[in-house]
Structure formats: structure tokens, C-alpha cells
Design a binder for this molecule. Structure first.
Ligand SMILES: [Ca+2]
Ligand SMILES: [Ca+2]
Length: 301
């Protein structure tokens, strides 16, 4: 889904640009490559339909990490330097290791890869660029799309005591920790050989933390009609003038299953549909967990 929305954004940008010739390659005409993150699914976490990571702290054992993959979508294929800088402002998600180059990349093998880490600011720098002596050239793209593979990845450690809440890993686009702090940049090579450096378009990686399974509002280990009815009660309470929430943060994060801003009937109906799926004839050996069901089977009315 992340890739699709990245593509749609790029398409929209290209369609709104005025000059039909060469606009794709020109940030001054409104085109910008997109940097985004995708986290790899593992047995401890859920990767939800829109790419959001859901962490149930019950699954954490004290030695937990998530693999953060860094992607660059550049339809113009005109970069000579790709330099993401990734940060998490909360120390419960800690960057303790340098990024490594992904084994398979969309670019030709002739390039330089450098990474550095700042554990105080919790940032990881990556530089992916043309070889030092090859001035005036571009990074050669050997795959169909520049984001067919990540350019780099690193593991972020998750504190098993992480409080329930909403977190994000993001690309630094402005200095935050000190003056003139290096930010995410991308350098273009135009057809005439000129170069320009720009701040790319970026997308955050959202991370939702709760102490219970996604969808299991009352934390009894099941996703069923009881959870749906608790959501209905919460929605009714939020709909009064006083708008009082009956939920804890843990419950809200488990209950907002369609990942919009509200806990409401839409979330209750998603849970009801999953419960109906579990209750009717289905392939028990390949039973879908709730996150997978929402991502692959469920269509919101
Ligand atoms: Ca439940
Ligand atoms: Ca919702």
C-alpha cells in the first residue's frame, strides 16, 4: 500500500506540472523524489494495511527490534546523491546500529555507501552516491523502479517497557538537535550536467503501541462481539456534549482498527466482520490473523 500511495503521489505531481517535457526530472518544476520507510513484518509485531506498525508489548521479551527499510522513489532516475537522515525522537525506539546497504538494490553496483549514527540524537545518516571520481554522472538505475528494493536498512531496538502511545520514525528535513544539523537531501543531475540539491518529499513511519492485541479491546485474548460492543459504548460516550472517553490509551490503540482519527462504528463493524469470518466455515490451517484479514479481505462499507 505504501508503494501504491507513493506512486499515486508521484503521478499526481507529474500530472499537475505544466511543462510536459522533462518535468519529471526537475524539482524546480515541482517534482521531488519520495523517501519512505517500510518495516518488515516479524512474529513480535503487526504491519497493518497502511504500513503502520502495531506493537503489542505482551509480545516483547527484552531483546526486540524492528527492521527499518529505507526506500527512495525517484521516477526521474536522475539522482547522483541520495542522503536520507532518519530520526526517532523517543528513546524507547533506539537506533543502536549503523545502516547497511541492502543486499539487492535497484542501482548499479558502482556507487559509494556511507552510514553514520548519532546515539544521542537517535539519528542515522545514510549517503548513497556516485563514485568519488565520477563527477558529472548519475546513479545508474538497473531495476524498473528505484524502490523495487530498499537502498538500506537498520534494526531499531524496542524497549520492552515502552508505554502505550503513538510513535514515529521520520526523515529529518529541518535541523532539530543543533544548528546546521545535516538533514535529508537528494542531489539531481540535469541533462545538461548541472546539479541541484533538494529536500525530498518524505513519509513518516507510524508506530502504534498497546499492551494488548490489535482489536482485542477488553484484553481477553479474543477478538469478538464484546470488543465491538465496547467500541459502541465508547463512541456513544464520545458523542455526548462532554465527550468523555471510557477508554485507556491501550484500549483506544487496540480499538481504532481502521487507523483513522476516531473510535467509532466503523471500527466496531470491522471487528464484527472478522468475528463472523472466524465463526463461519474457513480454512483453519491458514486462518488469517486480524491485521492480515483487514489488509487483505476486509472492505469498509
Ligand atoms: Ca476481546
Ligand atoms: Ca477508527
Amino acid at each position: 500500500m505504501k508503494k501504491l500511495s507513493a506512486l499515486l503521489t508521484a503521478l499526481t505531481l507529474s500530472m499537475t506540472a505544466v511543462t510536459p517535457f522533462n518535468v519529471m526530472a526537475d524539482p524546480e518544476e515541482g517534482y521531488l523524489p519520495i523517501m519512505y520507510i517500510s518495516v518488515e513484518d516479524n512474529e513480535k509485531i503487526d504491519v497493518l494495511a497502511d504500513g503502520t506498525v502495531y506493537i503489542n508489548t505482551k509480545n516483547l521479551t527484552g531483546d526486540d527490534s524492528i527492521r527499518v527499510n529505507i526506500y527512495v522513489k525517484d521516477e526521474s532516475k536522475s539522482c547522483w546523491n541520495i542522503a536520507p537522515k532518519v530520526k526517532c525522537a523517543d528513546g524507547n525506539i533506539k537506533f543502536n546500529e549503523n545502516a547497511e546497504e541492502n543486499e539487492t538494490i535497484a542501482y548499479d553496483s558502482r556507487h559509494e555507501f556511507i552510514s553514520s549514527i548519532n546515539t544521542e540524537y537517535n539519528t542515522v545518516n545514510i549517503t548513497f552516491k556516485t563514485p568519488l571520481l565520477e563527477t558529472g554522472t548519475k546513479l545508474e538505475v538497473t531495476s524498473e523502479n528505484t524502490d523495487d528494493y530498499p537502498i538500506a536498512y537498520f534494526n531499531a531496538d524496542i524497549n520492552s517497557e515502552i508505554p502505550a502511545g503513538n510513535y514515529r520514525i521520520y526523515f529529518l528535513t529541518e535541523s532539530e538537535d543543533e544548528e546546521d544539523q545535516r538533514t535529508s537531501q537528494i542531489s539531481f543531475r540535469y541533462d545538461d550536467g548541472d546539479s541541484g540539491t533538494f529536500t525530498p518529499e518524505v513519509k513518516d513511519q507510524k508506530i502504534i503501541v498497546s499492551d494488548r492485541m490489535f482489536g482485542d479491546v477488553n484484553d481477553d485474548g479474543k477478538i469478538d462481539a464484546v470488543d465491538a460492543s465496547l467500541i459502541s459504548i465508547e463512541y456513544a460516550s464520545l458523542s455526548t456534549i462532554d465527550a468523555i472517553s471510557t477508554f485507556t490509551v491501550e484500549q483506544t490503540n487496540a480499538a481504532n482498527v481502521n487507523l483513522d482519527e476516531f473510535v467509532d462504528a466503523r471500527d466496531a463493524s470491522a471487528i464484527q466482520c472478522y468475528y463472523a469470518y472466524l465463526s463461519t466455515d474457513h480454512d483453519i490451517d491458514n486462518e488469517l490473523d486480524f491485521a492480515t484479514y483487514l489488509a487483505t479481505e476486509f472492505i469498509q462499507e
